[in-house]
Write a protein that binds this ligand. Structure first.
Ligand SMILES: [Zn+2]
Length: 259
């Protein structure tokens, strides 16, 4: 047995930081003059660094893992074989020392497992986030679709009741914002259009948009140019020339009652 083998166990414990100060001094003295043992220490430290790197997700080279793990596994056997003149140390101390080395190895293995669990959790969270993003995108698509010009509106009424023309105006006086939706509007004579009127509490009707219903009788007027702050008594619809009129030229075909 060479002198290096006598120190082989201590090199691993040294690398794990598990040597007592006395043992450390003794080993460091040997390392100063032994290239082989210095090389062995460098290799072990390299292996440990690679194992630590693997905690950030990279797979350590299996050669390093095997060499490191076999170095740990070999420890107890060496303990029995090595006959070291160590008058200052009692025999019961050695197994305890190996225990420390093994404990350090177990801690490393546990940390690697914990890290793998964290990676799985992160992957899970990323999947949740992607699912939520997908739902948000779907909701946005649905909103865009429902508010698009080609969205069809279906009104369900009791059977045998002919579908009635229906208009709904949503008006915000403060900002002069108006949204108007109409269903089941009767077809218009040629070159005519419906015109929406804001009937103020005081004064003449204010033009609030010209519209022609589609084939299904639906129509939408969104934010026609209106002065802000006008108090609306009601809204009305007349049939006007296609270009619209500045003032109603016919009797209203529909008049709103505020809901
Ligand atoms: Zn040596």
């Amino acid at each position: 047995m060479s002198v290096h083998e006598q120190f082989a166990d201590d090199i691993l414990l040294y690398a794990l930081g598990e040597l007592t100060s006395g043992q450390r001094a003794e080993l460091e003295k040997h390392l100063e003059r032994c290239v082989d043992c210095r090389h062995e220490l460098e290799q072990l430290r390299g292996d440990m660094a690679l194992l630590a790197l693997s905690a950030t997700g990279a797979e350590p080279p299996s050669r390093s893992r095997e060499r490191f793990m076999s170095a740990i596994a070999k420890e107890p056997r060496r303990a029995q074989l090595v006959q070291r003149p160590q008058p200052q140390r009692s025999a019961w101390w050695r197994p305890f020392e190996w225990g420390l080395g093994a404990a350090a190895a177990i801690v490393i293995v546990l940390l690697l497992h914990q890290n793998a669990n964290l990676h799985r959790q992160i992957a899970g969270l990323a999947a949740d986030s992607a699912a939520q993003q997908q739902q948000l995108t779907e909701a946005k698509d649905m909103m865009a679709s429902l508010t698009s010009a080609d969205a069809e509106h279906f009104i369900l009424v009791a059977s045998k009741t002919p579908p009635q023309p229906q208009g709904k105006a949503i008006y915000v006086r403060r900002s002069g914002t108006l949204v108007f939706l109409a269903n089941n509007m009767p077809p218009l004579p040629p070159a005519k259009a419906y015109e929406l009127w804001l009937i103020p509490a005081k004064g003449a009707p204010i033009p609030a948009g010209v519209f022609k219903p589609g084939a299904s009788g639906n129509a939408t007027v969104i934010n026609p140019p209106l002065p802000a702050g006008i108090e609306a008594k009601t809204f009305a619809i007349t049939v006007e020339p296609e270009a619209g009129s500045a003032a109603p030229t016919s009797q209203p075909v529909m008049v709103a009652t505020q809901s």
